[in-house]
Design a protein around this ligand. Structure first.
Ligand code: ADP
Length: 266
């Protein structure tokens, strides 16, 4: 039996207990409470992410102002560390602003016919510079079909997947970027020969601040918001994200666009 009282749902159930039965009363967290808990979690995460770089910066500033003679090497070290941490905060704030813009339902999609092939060519150049020659990058364009959507948003979603592939693939690995139309669907793939992801993490990757490997994410400048941003952009385009991965072998991230978003150029 289910009893509803305001925002609280009580579940009552008779369960076997030896040769008798006992009454089990449990409380279901309603969606309102769940959303409130998620909001609190989010604020706690943001605060934590900002506090860490701020602690480093204020630590060095304190040291620089307290000591009268600091050798040049130490000064340089302090400046480099502070610059890195400031960049990290900047990156985080930019991603937060992007997320809040995407979450605002009043913010309509700025649609046009988007040339996916041209985005991919731009991304290859960007990927090569990000990789710094440590990976082999392949580009495959099997369709000239375009997508009805926002160029800026699609470029950002694809770019996020490509930069992840590079960041989570060790030196010497391969990255494949591919665009094709199959069974009436537009398919964008990024495949890497990187570290891979264990299956239990896959359904949670698009949650804000969810990371499998905290230290690798931070070392490579990750904010933990990239895939959350990708998910929002895809929702706005009625597109889906499919992830296949094998630990130690690599991952495949595939974006599928529905037929109604395709603009055929053949
Ligand atoms: P981050 O800034 O931490 O990279 P993302 O939201 O982009 O945040 O990704 C979430 C997590 O998913 C990452 O921390 C990483 O653990 C995992 N991940 C994403 N892409 C890959 C990939 N290509 N290979 C392995 N792990 C990945």
């Amino acid at each position: 039996k289910q009893m509803r009282h305001h925002r609280l749902t009580l579940l009552m159930q008779l369960v076997p207990y030896g040769n008798k039965q006992k009454l089990l009363i449990s409380r279901d967290i309603t969606s309102y409470e769940r959303i409130d808990a998620m909001r609190r979690d989010f604020i706690a995460n943001v605060s934590h992410e900002l506090r860490t770089p701020l602690t480093v910066i204020s630590g060095y500033l304190e040291m620089l102002s307290a000591e009268s003679e600091i050798d040049l090497e130490m000064q340089r070290h302090a400046l480099t560390a502070m610059t890195e941490q400031a960049a990290r905060m900047q990156h985080l704030v930019e991603d937060l602003l992007t997320l809040s813009r995407l979450e605002n339902t009043l913010n309509k999609l700025n649609e046009s016919s988007v040339d996916i092939a041209s985005i991919l060519r731009e991304l290859r150049t960007e990927a090569e510079s990000l990789s710094g020659g440590r990976h082999t990058i392949h580009l495959g364009i099997d369709s000239e079909d375009q997508i009805l959507g926002s160029r800026e948003e699609l470029r950002s979603a694809f770019g996020n997947l490509v930069s992840n592939a590079i960041r989570y693939t060790p030196e010497g690995g391969e990255i494949n970027i591919h665009w094709e139309v199959k069974d009436g669907k537009g398919m964008f793939y990024v495949r890497d020969t990187g570290m891979g992801i264990e299956p239990e993490h896959i359904p949670r990757l698009t949650e804000r601040f969810y990371r499998v490997d905290n230290s690798r994410s931070r070392q490579t400048g990750g904010t933990g918001l990239g895939l959350a941003i990708v998910k929002h952009i895809l929702n706005r385009h009625q597109a889906r994200l499919k992830i296949n991965s094998e630990v130690g072998k690599g991952s495949e991230f595939c974006i599928q666009f529905p037929e109604k978003r395709l603009i055929s150029k053949q």
